[in-house]
Design a binder for this molecule. Structure first.
Ligand code: HEC
Length: 150
């Protein structure tokens, strides 16, 4: 009886995207998520093909230089704002998509269109780690939904 209830609970939790209590025997700390996210940001090419960036595969840091802490630079030299306050300005209207998007959707767009890689799934550990890292560099920034990047 107890076992059946536990199994049913696990299935229910999984279908709701929740982690059942027993899966938390090795809890992940926020600091660990930030560290993993930083590593992904600096090194992961998301299975991208070698691209026109002088034949070198890209990572997030190729465009969002200095871990996103300073102004970005496209491979063609064009500059754009940093990711310092990125987590604080989403959800945000995206003129190209003609809709409001979350930071997860923006990250997926960057992996697909920027890196030419396989985008991490919504709710995946990779996505959680990346968002945790971006949140860590935005500590103290003003929360301004639909705001402007710095
Ligand atoms: C090829 C260059 C390139 C790569 C690689 C890239 N991005 Fe971007 N990213 C951009 C540009 C350009 C923007 C500005 C918004 C736009 O034009 O889509 C942007 C915007 C963003 C934003 C929103 C910033 C804001 O405040 O508007 C986030 C968050 C972001 N990128 C995260 C990432 C992450 C995480 C990765 C790695 C998985 C990544 N990007 C890889 C070019 C890139």
């Amino acid at each position: 009886m107890y076992k059946k209830t536990a199994v049913a609970l696990t299935v229910l939790c999984a279908s709701l995207g929740m982690v059942p209590a027993h899966a938390a025997s090795h809890p992940q700390t926020f600091a660990a998520a930030v560290k993993a996210g930083q590593h992904i940001f600096m090194t992961d090419t998301f299975g991208s093909r070698e691209r026109a960036n002088n034949g070198v595969s890209m990572t997030c840091d190729t465009c969002h230089i200095n871990g996103g802490r300073t102004m970005g630079r496209l491979p063609n030299g064009k500059r754009f704002p940093s990711l310092m306050n990125a987590v604080a300005i989403f959800p945000r209207y995206n003129p190209r998509m003609h809709k409001v998007i979350t930071i997860e959707t923006q990250i997926r767009a960057c992996v697909k269109n920027g890196l030419m890689g396989h985008a991490p799934a919504y709710g995946s550990q990779t996505m959680t780690d990346l968002v945790s890292y971006l949140a860590s560099i935005a500590r103290g920034q003003r929360v301004e939904p639909n705001g402007m990047p710095r």
